[in-house]
Write a protein that binds this ligand. Structure first.
Ligand SMILES: NC(=O)c1ccc[n+]([C@@H]2O[C@H](COP(=O)([O-])OP(=O)(O)OC[C@H]3O[C@@H](n4cnc5c(N)ncnc54)[C@H](OP(=O)(O)O)[C@@H]3O)[C@@H](O)[C@H]2O)c1
Length: 264
């Protein structure tokens, strides 16, 4: 029997998750209920048989899986309202940034399986990297949640204490990669390409390079070796970038972002 899923907070992420679940046939639209206070904004964005409501308690009561997708400052109020309606057979999943598994357990007030999922903005095109941590769940429940988030991209199950580190690579990384692409466009324009053509070449090249690593399951250096001819133009360019601190600046940026998350 398919799972009844309540998505509490039908914004960018909540809607993208609903679309992923439906497009991948993980869920029948009629098994999904999505909530929001201003429901008119949701009309027309999802198949008609998805239930749309502003009643969080009813949505939670009638579902097997509850996905929290409101903003961080809204979670306490939402959980206060729905906690009395939760039961131990349900799964509680939060995609809310900065809310830990232990915060969720405290807000739920009962011992139910609790998951935290951290996707990135590529969830909108079903190409997210989603990291998942959990407590009090069976292997079967972990498999189910992994399968759910596989509908919007790739999934890694990690320890909750690594979630900040995963956020830096997976969520902040969605800003770092475009900056790399933008620099390529700047360089490409300087050597004669128009900006539009340079953008397509740079973005598709990054996409292809990432796909090679994922499909071949290779170390990045193996793919680099394949394109660096001895005395060729690639290696001299790469070495010049390294002399200017290419890898070092990225590593330092990752560590600085991590320190900022830890501090806040
Ligand atoms: N977007 C991403 O790619 C991404 C990635 C990782 C994590 N996150 C996290 O995911 C969460 C949602 O992000 P988002 O970008 O989707 O934000 P968003 O577009 O602002 O969505 C939040 C939704 O929650 C609804 N909401 C607020 N209070 C509610 C309540 N009491 N009951 C029911 N619905 C309520 C809002 O609609 P109304 O105002 O009409 O109620 C809004 O549609 C955030 O915590 C964010 O940190 C997002």
């Amino acid at each position: 029997m398919s799972q009844k899923i309540a998505i509490i907070g039908g914004g960018n992420l909540g809607t993208a998750i609903a679309q992923g679940l439906i497009n991948s046939n993980f869920s029948d639209p009629s098994d999904i209920v999505i909530t929001k206070r201003n429901i008119s904004a949701l009309k027309g964005t999802l198949p008609k048989s998805v239930k749309i409501t502003d009643d969080n308690v009813k949505a939670a009561t009638e579902s097997d899986v509850i996905i929290l997708a409101v903003k961080p400052f809204q979670v306490a109020e939402v959980m206060k309202a729905i906690a009395p309606a939760l039961n131990k057979k349900q799964l509680l999943i939060s995609v809310i940034t900065g809310v830990t598994v232990s915060d969720l357990k405290e807000m739920a007030q009962i011992q139910l399986p609790v998951f935290r999922a951290m996707p990135n903005t590529a969830v909108a095109i079903q190409e997210s990297m989603t990291c998942i941590s959990y407590d009090n769940a069976t292997d079967k429940q972990v498999q189910l949640v992994t399968k759910m988030f596989n509908t919007v991209g790739k999934v890694a199950v990690i320890d909750d204490k690594l979630m900040d580190a995963a956020t830096v690579l997976g969520a902040c990384g969605t800003a770092v990669a475009p900056r790399y692409i933008r620099a390529n466009v700047q360089g490409g324009t300087a050597i004669g390409l128009d900006a539009n053509t340079a953008s397509v070449i740079a973005a598709q090249t990054v996409k292809g390079a990432a796909e090679l690593l994922l499909s071949n399951n290779t170390h990045p250096e193996q793919e680099i070796d394949k394109v660096t001819t001895p005395k060729g133009c690639t290696i001299v360019g790469l070495n010049e970038m390294e002399h200017r601190g290419f890898s070092s600046s990225l590593i330092r940026g990752v560590i600085t972002s991590y320190k900022k998350i830890a501090k806040d």
